[in-house]
Design a binder for this molecule. Structure first.
Ligand SMILES: *Cc1c(COP(=O)(O)O)cnc(C)c1O
Length: 348
């Protein structure tokens, strides 16, 4: 820390990303897809590279049109971003003026953005079994942020619960972070025609095989999207580069590949959950591409370390309520078989 850093940022604890190893490990720690990008992505990126001397299309017209067709919306109900982290940060700035409310156990970036932008955060504990109690979110006087399904728990709320939160907070924006929704949860997209306060945020990182391309998007009423674009145009209008726009568009043109990848991951998730249960684990019900599980007779930290020694990376969150748990990304069937084999060796 230099002596020049703004006083306000001196106490900021930045988000700590999962390890990105340089050697070949079985990487089950940051919820990426184990499958390669969709057919056609590589060619589309190569073709787009021919025009890299020019600035990118800041309206991302082709990509937004494809997203609008995919999700049954108008073009002006969508905006895109450099990963969904960026659009979440824009949404916090745009709608968090009177503060934010989110769970104690959720995406670790939320408290960091609140701190960075000087927004007051009301942290609401999950219930004993790691659920969101929607009665905690009624009649709030602040912007609500719900990851649905939640991370790192993997648990999802039904559409009716999100609807009730939107209904009970008509004067606040309800941000629904749907990073994992493609793995079996209900989407709040169905609420958009009726609720002008619902903002849905998605990413290409988890279910569309493009984490390294950095592409996220927001969907909501045209006026909410316009607000987000105000922030975007006050910060960095060219936020989604030419190569990423091409990669995203090409991925959207392969719906069969998308379906095949997400079904394979859901199937492997169920297989892995059964295996862990039969080994005596506690496994939360997951609607994501990961499992949040507690190993019998060994702490989350020790299990993670023992797996690391066997070249398998998983994620452990060192907080009092999660210290017995480990978050395990669902990889290929072969990777999960290796995880189960290693786990049998590790368990006391
Ligand atoms: C991974 C993740 C994101 C961020 O995704 P990017 O698009 O890669 O920035 C946002 N929210 C949650 C809950 C996530 O798990």
């Amino acid at each position: 820390m230099s002596r020049f850093l703004s006083a306000r940022l001196q106490a900021l604890a930045p988000y700590v990303p999962g390890e990105q190893p340089k050697v070949k490990l079985i990487k089950l720690n940051t919820n990426e897809s184990p499958f390669p990008p969709a057919p056609g992505v590589k060619e589309a990126v190569a073709e787009a590279a021919d025009s890299l001397q020019l600035y990118n299309d800041l309206s991302a017209a082709k990509l937004i049109k494809l997203l609008a067709e995919t999700y049954g919306l108008q073009d002006n109900q969508i905006t895109v971003s450099n990963g969904s982290d960026e659009i979440l940060a824009f949404a916090f700035q745009a709608f968090g003026g009177s503060g934010l409310a989110f769970p104690d156990i959720t995406y670790g970036f939320y408290p960091v953005w609140a701190e960075l932008y000087g927004l007051d955060a009301k942290i609401i504990p999950l219930t004993e079994d790691f659920s969101i109690d929607i009665s905690d979110y009624q009649g709030n006087d602040r912007c609500i942020v719900i990851a649905n399904p939640n991370a790192p728990t993997g648990k999802a709320l039904p559409l009716s619960a999100i609807q009730e939160i939107a209904e009970k907070n008509p004067d606040q924006v309800v941000i629904v972070d749907e990073a994992y929704v493609d793995f079996g949860a209900d989407s709040a997209l169905a609420l958009l025609p009726e609720y002008d306060n619902v903002l849905v945020i998605r990413t290409f990182s988890k279910s569309r095989q493009l984490a390294g391309a950095r592409l996220g998007f927001a969907m909501g009423s045209a006026t909410l999207i316009d607000d987000l674009n105000r922030v975007r145009f006050s910060f960095h209008p060219y936020n989604v580069n030419t190569l990423t726009q091409a990669a995203g568009a090409a991925a959207l043109m392969q719906p069969d590949y998308f379906e095949a990848c997400r079904s394979a991951i859901m199937e492997t998730r169920e297989w892995t959950a059964q295996q862990l249960l039969s080994l005596g684990f506690t496994v939360l019900d997951s609607k994501t591409n990961f499992l949040f599980a507690s190993a019998p007779g060994i702490s989350g930290a020790a299990y993670q370390k023992a797996l690391r020694e066997r070249n398998i990376l998983v994620r452990y969150f060192d907080m009092p309520r999660t210290k017995n748990f480990t978050r395990i990304t669902i990889g290929t069937k072969a990777q999960m078989e290796a995880l189960i084999q290693a786990t049998k060796e590790i368990l006391p």
